[in-house]
Design a protein around this ligand. Sequence first.
Ligand SMILES: Cc1cc2nc3c(=O)[nH]c(=O)nc-3n(C[C@H](O)[C@H](O)[C@H](O)COP(=O)(O)OP(=O)(O)OC[C@H]3O[C@@H](n4cnc5c(N)ncnc54)[C@H](O)[C@@H]3O)c2cc1C
Length: 485
Amino acid sequence: MKRIDADLLVIGSGPGGAMTACVAAEAGRDVLIVEEGSHHSVDSAPSFSLAEMDQKYRNGGLNVTFGGTSITYLEGRCVGGGSEINAALYHRPLDQTLREWRDQTKIHGFEPADLWPHFEAVERDCNVNLVPGGPGPAADLLKRGAGAMGWSTRDIARFWSYPAKGEPPLAGSGRQSMTVTLVPRALRAGARLMPDTRVLRLTREGGRVTGAIAERSRAGEPHERYELRAKDVFVCAGAVQTPRLLRRSGLTHNVGDTLQLHPMIRVTAHFPEPMNDLGYGVPTEQVDAFKPALTLGCSYSSVPHLALWMGAEPTPGNASAKLDKLRDWRRTGIFYVAAVGTGKGRIRDLPVVREPFIRLPLTTDDLKRLGEGFLRLGQLLFAAGADAISTPVNGGPPIRDRAALDAVASALPQGKMTVSTIHLFSSVPMGADDRVTGTDSYGRVHGTTNLYVNDASLFPASPAVNPQGTVLAVARRNVLEWLGG
Ligand SMILES: Cc1cc2nc3c(=O)[nH]c(=O)nc-3n(C[C@H](O)[C@H](O)[C@H](O)COP(=O)(O)OP(=O)(O)OC[C@H]3O[C@@H](n4cnc5c(N)ncnc54)[C@H](O)[C@@H]3O)c2cc1C
């Protein structure tokens, strides 16, 4: 087995890992980043395409939790992690959310005022910007429908760099994912990157972690095992894989018992006029009025995505009806309800299988909340002029009026809907109260001297907004503390 030594081993190169590696390398530390996925350029496949899912998603996007309703979850598996494939929407969380976190698990040094400089640095370093010239017709439509209902909306900034008006795109403009921003900075500062390399387990001597055993797998090459030795180790493998790796390495105290997520339902809505213009990219408008519990918005509505979310035809085998609907894609868009979930999930390793088993209930409160969100979304879409909305209930008929909307929204059925998520967190919560946390207030795993978590796993609860900005800001705070404040 080959041996590689470093001062700091960073496992995973998503937002948490990229920030950790970048800050540590620029402070002069000898950093080794190990990433299970491959290293692709940000534009190596068209956004939201099957090729992209194949290259950059864990299991091509086919992951599920088990409970009364199975929840499909998506994760990135590539250098840059989720930042390479996501909608890149950026939020700061509310003060209220940060204070609730601080009180819930007794996090030291976690006043909103302590956090804002880290968010400012993220906004600067990862080029957070509003879409110049407005976010496009689908977003306008969401705004119009919400306006008619008297609800506030907001145009959400993105990790995105836009060319000046009338100018051609510059090199490096577009999505500001980790492979465009923090990973190259880390590499320029001397960090080493091992893609296609999965950490199998951590190596320990009592409370000290000595490194990890990893395996590199590349198509057409024999698998190669490595012994990685480091003075300190940061695990940033994301909210599912981080607790899994810790548990496999014998670290189980409040690890992998409290996974939380934002359950989402997506539906398609048909309008009399064309409203789907893919040239605008992801529509960036969200309805603010029901936050923090609920967010309503619109998604990128390419034909493959429409096919996914418009549901099966009520008459089994009626493929031609679905094809007709897809041909009318310019009049059809995807809209979503995202809720703050109340269920907590357990992540466990299964023998032999490469992926973990996650048991997570979609609770009665979640169903009620999603139902309320779907009712609001339907009201908004009808107010904006929709003539039909697909139902979130498997095999159900399209919804064409308020009575049908009320009936579906008031009784969303357990186990008979497609529920998905792209926001997962809270599986190794941080804080000084070690009865409920897996790490201290800055991510050091309880019972260890030199092992840290620094990714979405650390959130004590939902950030109630798209999480990447908070992952980056909290990771920056923690790695600076590790460097000496
Ligand atoms: C489709 C989609 C859309 C999204 N849209 C948004 C959005 O618009 N705005 C927003 O704020 N958030 C969004 N998110 C969520 C956001 O991407 C995540 O919150 C964020 O990426 C989490 O960062 P992380 O560092 O915790 O983990 P990840 O980004 O998951 O990174 C973890 C990395 O670790 C690697 N890894 C895992 N296990 C190992 C191992 N054993 N050895 C080596 N490497 C390993 C993985 O391959 C991965 O690259 C979206 C997510 C998805 C999937």
